[in-house]
Ligand binder design. Structure first.
Ligand SMILES: Cc1cc2nc3c(=O)[nH]c(=O)nc-3n(C[C@H](O)[C@H](O)[C@H](O)COP(=O)(O)O)c2cc1C
Length: 184
């Protein structure tokens, strides 16, 4: 079987962002997973314009939107790494997600939420579940909530709390299991 193709979308473009540490770690665990290829989508690099219409309904198509839409459509699974902002997720992530619809259909999605507080972005998680259900994706029951991110991950993405290795690996295993079933 050709490797499963997993996209990791980093939902933070904030200067000095901490969620990048978590995304780096998720990428390293995906790289260590047999039968998986992974790509990190950094919304800071894409600099998508404010969404005026969904992909396919607007000319000219913003270049990065067409590329991202194709990648989401071809992905066997998505992992969203998102910080919690004001009990939700960042507007930049919603702007990117709203460009697409059919591209998400039946795609397994793992959610990793990030907070510098003690609740691990649980409000952000709840909102992302609602959004991805509406988009027709399949949200994995197993997710990872990262609390106290500044103390939980080093700048290079190394977890300073070993439980995150087990938790991220567990979520990746669920994603791989479901994506493999859907491929079959
Ligand atoms: C605009 C803004 C709103 C925030 N709101 C919340 C919040 O509602 N709940 C929470 O736990 N943390 C909140 N925080 C703290 C973030 O969890 C913390 O800054 C974390 O590092 C965010 O990820 P980032 O560094 O990738 O931006 C907020 C931070 C910002 C910048």
């Amino acid at each position: 079987m050709t490797p499963l193709n997993v996209l990791v979308i980093l939902g933070s473009v904030r200067r000095g962002r901490m969620s990048e540490r978590v995304a780096t770690f998720v990428m390293s665990r995906l790289a260590a997973t047999d039968g998986v290829t992974a790509e990190l989508i950094d919304l800071r690099d894409l600099d998508l314009p404010i969404m005026e219409e969904r992909l396919g309904r607007i000319e000219p198509t913003p270049a990065h939107a067409a590329d991202l839409g194709a990648k989401i459509e071809q992905a066997d699974g998505l992992i969203i790494v998102s910080p919690e902002y004001n009990h939700g997720y960042p507007g930049v992530l919603k702007n990117a997600l709203d460009y697409f619809y059919a591209q998400y259909k039946r795609t397994p999605v793992g959610l990793v939420t990030v907070s510098n507080g003690g609740h691990g972005g649980v409000n952000c998680w709840a909102q992302l579940v609602t959004v991805f259900v509406q988009l027709g994706a399949i949200v994995l029951p197993s997710s990872v909530a990262v609390s106290n991110v500044e103390r939980s991950f080093a700048e290079d993405g190394t977890p300073l709390e070993s439980s995150y290795i087990t938790r991220i690996d567990g979520m990746i295993a669920e994603l791989v299991w479901l994506a493999s079933k859907l491929r079959a």
